[in-house]
Design a protein around this ligand. Sequence first.
Ligand SMILES: *Cc1c(COP(=O)(O)O)cnc(C)c1O
Length: 399
Amino acid sequence: MADLKSSRLETRLMHAGMAPFNPETRSAPVALPSMRTSTVRFADLAALDQARRRQLQGERGVTYGRAGMDTHAALEDVVCCLENAQRGFLAPSGLSAITLAMLALLNAEDHVLIADCAYGPVRYLDKTVLQRMGISTTYARATPGDLKPLVRENTRMLYIESPGSLLFEMLDIPALAQFARDHNLLLVTDNTWGSGYAYRPLDLGADVSVIAGTKYIGGHSDLMLGAVVANDDEIIQALNVNHYAMGYSVSADDAWLALRGARTLPIRLREHAQNALRICAHLADWSQTVQIYHPAWPQDAGHALWQRDCTGSNGMLAVELAITEAQSRRFVDALTLFGIGFSWGGFESLVQWVELPALKVHSYWPGRSNPIVRLHIGLEDPADLIADLDQALYCALKT
Ligand SMILES: *Cc1c(COP(=O)(O)O)cnc(C)c1O
């Protein structure tokens, strides 16, 4: 096989996690099947001992189904390929991947700095689990200047998400990585937005990257999945031990679906990104539009950082409208091609009416009382999405 390390990401992504040739038939399936099994049998005890030795050395050795078989190993390879990581661990959801990263790398009495733009349920994890484990947290705007006075003697981790949830503000990951190194903190990033293709936090200095594969990697709104990737041996060892101890397991069928999704990630993301820019350009013409939140949009405050650090974009955007709350709710209800719902990353367009309390905790939110609507721009023809947005605005404004 060609030296894939020297190839470009898109080429490597198509060849990562391929089934090896069967030495007897000298053939292999192009698409790796879903290898469903709960356990493994060995030809003899020496083979079992070998698998166990590999496990003890922290390598991928399978003695039982919970660790996952070839389908899982292939997906781990694909995620590592996307994120340029040494090792990846799968989790049954994005949130459980965040939990794995936190519980593997934190101890009782540790303190964590959390970007206030992080995915909302992280606060729920904090309130219900981390606090009970004796782990304390501080939420702040994630810039070195804002974070510096908040570092304590027991601060161990800086947890960020870039672009931020809901308003997609770009964080300066290289500067935050330097800050983390200077203060001896682990930098953990939620990279669901970039999913490795559009953004690679490990390359920018992060220690750990977490992805909700539920979103763009799966890409078809039909599975739940998470992944945690890292390069440092000590971090990998901690993740490995905790992944096993906490009983994390992913269905082979879900791993198979995610593997199938990942093969088309580049072309889907490019299309989502292109469609989203078309929608931004249209929304910018509405007299009711106050601000568009989308880092690939040239007027976005984070555009320069996006240009510097990202290799692509996606279909997520938010728009702030100078209309009343009641009008904004009528606007959302009147949309016909956008499903009202949480999540994103699938083929279809979705809309979320953003609740004020969710925005109030984000320091990036400008604090104006205008309603904010978050859109996931799917793979529909953007002309149809534009017509739908126009008719919904018309419905919202007519009395
Ligand atoms: C959806 C999401 C998650 C959680 O993923 P699940 O698979 O739904 O648990 C985490 N982070 C971000 C940024 C997300 O959008």
